[in-house]
Design a protein around this ligand. Sequence first.
Ligand code: NAD
Length: 265
Amino acid sequence: MNICICGAAGRMGKRLIACATKMENMKIVGAVDIPQCPLIGKDSGTVSGIEANGVLIADDLKSACENADAVIDFALADGILSRLAIYENANVAVVFGTTAVSEQGTAAIESASKKIPVIHAPNFSVGVNLLFDLAKNSAKILDENYDIEIVEMHHHHKKDAPSGTAVRLAEMVEEGRGLQKEEKRIYGREGDTGARPKGEIAVHSLRGGDVVGDHTVIFAADGERIELTHKASSRDAFAKGALRAARFLMGKKPGIYTMKDVLGM
Ligand code: NAD
């Protein structure tokens, strides 16, 4: 299977290249980043800390997609519309890991999925996808006497907040409680906030150091507290899941698929 990585010089891009190289029947045929990236023209294997693979990091996404069966895109949300147009024209399957995608970007992904198979997930790790289900089911069982707080922590380079995973966790507990999206959701607290309203769902973002990604959903009642926690200690957890998703998309009809489909959950 021939794979092109978009966002190749990034933290995730490098791990995707390194992990793909270790997988059977998988080959990197394209590695793309932005023209301003200082690593343009460098070997994508060497940049990723593995042996040279002869695929240079380029800034021409269209050419890089030519021989690809699938693109794994962990670039940033800016420019997603033009990237999607290229993927549609190249007729390649796409695995999107990019977070903080606007409503317009999400609509464009949906529209592209009429022509090509697509997966867009805020988190590709197996553990977090299990956490989504655990959070939803717990919220279904634990009534409004259990205050829900979602806390995420990431490294100090992360540009968006809250994390896409924290937002998805909020959506999952909202589904569990039968609430509309963002119906009772708040982000952070400051000042004279008063007592906590019953049923509120609060999301908090911490940033620091080299934390790969921690997420906790707290259900706190009088007398007891349940905490569901996932900690990623390596980006390989996301990279391996995204590569598994790319393999899953091979031969699939156009449409939107999810990590639940990939993992058979
Ligand atoms: P990063 O900043 O290290 O890397 C992003 C790379 O994309 C950079 O090299 C940047 O130059 C490049 N880029 C930006 N715009 C581009 C464009 N239009 N075309 C080509 N390349 C472009 O960030 P990161 O830590 O690797 O994370 C990347 C994205 O993946 C973020 O949105 C992050 O939240 C998300 N992420 C998702 C998961 C998941 O499992 N879904 C896991 C980790 C990170």
